[in-house]
Design a binder for this molecule. Structure first.
Ligand SMILES: CC(C)(COP(=O)(O)OP(=O)(O)OC[C@H]1O[C@@H](n2cnc3c(N)ncnc32)[C@H](O)[C@@H]1OP(=O)(O)O)[C@@H](O)C(=O)NCCC(=O)NCCSC(=O)Cc1ccccc1
Length: 224
């Protein structure tokens, strides 16, 4: 729906790109984890820094201008590859893969393992990270219910500390009125739900107007 949306690529090209970038991004993720956890000596750190800087310079020889990351897709299977939660090409993303599950409207689940890069209090997940993941999960639930929207508000309740390690994320739609959708979800740790969120997702006015201009009877699953 975004008039500035980049050109789509074919499903074959999409699969090729995914096969190329998924292991590359995972390698960078491992580098981040190693950067936090390494105990090698100072000379080894200085040598590693020079190698990392050389790799960064090689990648920057050709890159997208501005802050926008890779963002393209085919048909309705749009791929926000720069997304900080689900992005295939974003090493900051854990990554999360929300999949349809459960019986509730738009319900999506994801399994995720959060390591050192997501720490807040020692050994625990940073509260902002839990909020980040739930924002995305609730947004995905709204989209799965064919009610995509931007987060208007997100209320987060931290019920108990969330340990680093394997976690489950769940989200679903509670109700929807026209362009407004209320979703809910939680992070589940080894001792049950740790963080709960409820939020309002709104299909923005510009998107509503664009759909009205086109006489669309159906809202696409994403509005980007
Ligand atoms: C889009 C909107 C939220 C609303 O704009 P418009 O539609 O132009 O404004 P309009 O005034 O027409 O309002 C329509 C209706 O909504 C209501 N309402 C609005 N707000 C509130 C409220 N706080 N509380 C309660 N109600 C509220 C308002 O009263 C009205 O109700 P009515 O129709 O009279 O019954 C705009 O403020 C905005 O862009 N904010 C920034 C959003 C943003 O950056 N979010 C973070 C990025 S997304 C992300 O990270 C997650 C993600 C990832 C991936 C995928 C998906 C998600």
């Amino acid at each position: 729906m975004n008039p500035d949306r980049p050109p789509e690529i074919s499903p074959d090209e999409l699969a090729e790109q995914e096969a190329l970038y998924t292991p590359f991004t995972q390698a960078v993720r491992e580098l981040v984890d190693a950067t936090i956890r390494t105990t090698v000596d100072a000379d080894a750190i200085r040598a590693a820094q020079a190698e990392v800087e050389a790799v960064t310079a090689r990648l920057r020889e050709q890159q997208v201008d501005g802050p926008l990351g890779a963002h393209f897709g085919h048909g309705r299977a749009r791929q926000p590859w720069g997304n900080t939660v689900v992005g295939v090409r974003n090493p900051v993303a854990p990554p999360v893969h929300p999949e349809p599950a459960g019986d509730r409207l738009g319900e999506v689940h994801a399994e995720v393992v959060l390591g050192a890069a997501y720490e807040g209090p020692p050994g625990l997940v940073h509260g902002g990270v839990s909020s980040l993941l739930l924002d995305q999960m609730l947004g995905n639930a709204a989209a799965a219910a064919r009610k995509p929207g931007m987060t208007a508000y997100l209320n987060v309740t931290y019920k108990q500390p969330t340990p680093l390690g394997p976690l489950r994320l769940e989200a679903w739609v509670e109700r929807s009125e026209g362009h407004k959708t209320w979703a809910r979800g939680h992070v589940v740790g080894p001792d049950g739900p740790t963080v709960e969120a409820e939020g309002l997702f709104v299909l923005p006015r510009w998107a509503r107007e664009l759909l009205a201009q086109r006489g669309a009877t159906e809202v696409p699953p994403t509005f980007e």
